[in-house]
Design a protein around this ligand. Sequence first.
Ligand code: MG
Length: 469
Amino acid sequence: MGLLAHFQSSENVNALTPLAASHSPRPCAHHHGHTAAKRRCWHRTVASAQAQAQTLQVADGSGAKQPAEAPTGLPLMNGNGAHARTPADLPLPPELEPEQPSVTLHYATGWQTAALHGSLQGGQWQDFSLQQVGSSGGRWTVVDISIPDSQSAQDAPLLEFVIRGEQNAWDKPQAGGNYRITEPGRYRLKNGELEAVMGPPCLIVSDLDDTMVGDDAALATFTRWWQEEAVPRGSRLVYNTGRAMDTFETLCEEKTDSMALPDALILSVGTQIYERQADGSWADDKEWSATLDDGWHLNSVREAAYTALAAVGRDNMHFRPPEEQNDHKVTCGVHEGVLEEVKASISDAVKRAGVKANIIVCGKGEWKFLDIVSHKAGKLAALEYVRQQLGFPHHHTIACGDSGNDRDMLAGQNLAVVVGNAQDEMKAWIEQADQQLAASNGAHLPRVLVSKAHRALGILEALEFFGFK
Ligand SMILES: [Mg+2]
């Protein structure tokens, strides 16, 4: 059934008679959300989910809908042999509870501009504009409507609406009447089907090379799930890579059909953060750059690297090309035979110069990347910055990586996956690091997974393990 089947031209939508008597709006018991702009409710009881499905059944006249399923976390055993909850089951911290419930609707459309035309609690009909969702590859638009703290007019549903498209085209239920929503929460409307969206949202912060990318079929599988299922839940995607903007853009061109565009971008080992603009361009986060100036002096760091290079010779060390350098990062290629000597030399020299810097080593062959970055930079520090901006708690944030420069973000308080194709030493390191962490804070919920599956399929395995898929 095509979407066009549901479009009817009408000048008089307001006059449409409501369908069968509505269920009165019931506030959901768990209004977990992140920020005022992202108030969501994803924990529902089975009863309320069934009430939802029945209401929708009346509203779209399909008569064949099954009740939506309540979210089910993967049952995990804790140390006592009892079923432990998954991280996805944990409530949000109280300070992130929303003050006001809301309805969030994801709407799939080919229209360039569309608006939800609706009546809230039986009030006056009005337009709410639908915004494109960046990481959905053009699949979804979204509107977030706060519910005022007042009673609905008698018999009026919480929200009754149709979609106004281009050139007097409308999307309405095929059976006639209007779409109706009776409870706050998340919904999606696609091909005339209005559904409640269940399941918790998550923030994925993923390395690119050999984690998100490297297997085109796996990448396409991830992206399909991301765009269809994760986006309507309010999940957000961030790439956290050693690549700089030019090589990131090259990758995007190569994978244009298979790779989801992220909501934010952390480049050059956490030395640059970019936010996605409405027109699709990337804006450098100046606040982040300013943070990295603390204790940093670029020329002193370059000199420290030159001194080390002079000592070990050009056969053992070189500066990487200019596009891999930036104001808060100096990058060299170093042969593994002299790696420890070079690290010690640079570390001493920057300390003598009064510079605070981190040295990060990465690479699988005998040649390693050696990044000297501001002590405020790094993949974890940048993840924390973006996580707070997007309003996700640690237990809804999953870092995904495979190699040396991912270590710090995999060892943060967030959830983490080391994909199955990672080197054995990475796997051994994360397992040991996690045991130490668990021993020190008594944590019993799983925080880290070394997946069996490789690359993007490993990420999907982790999302299922943690209860987000
Ligand atoms: Mg990698």
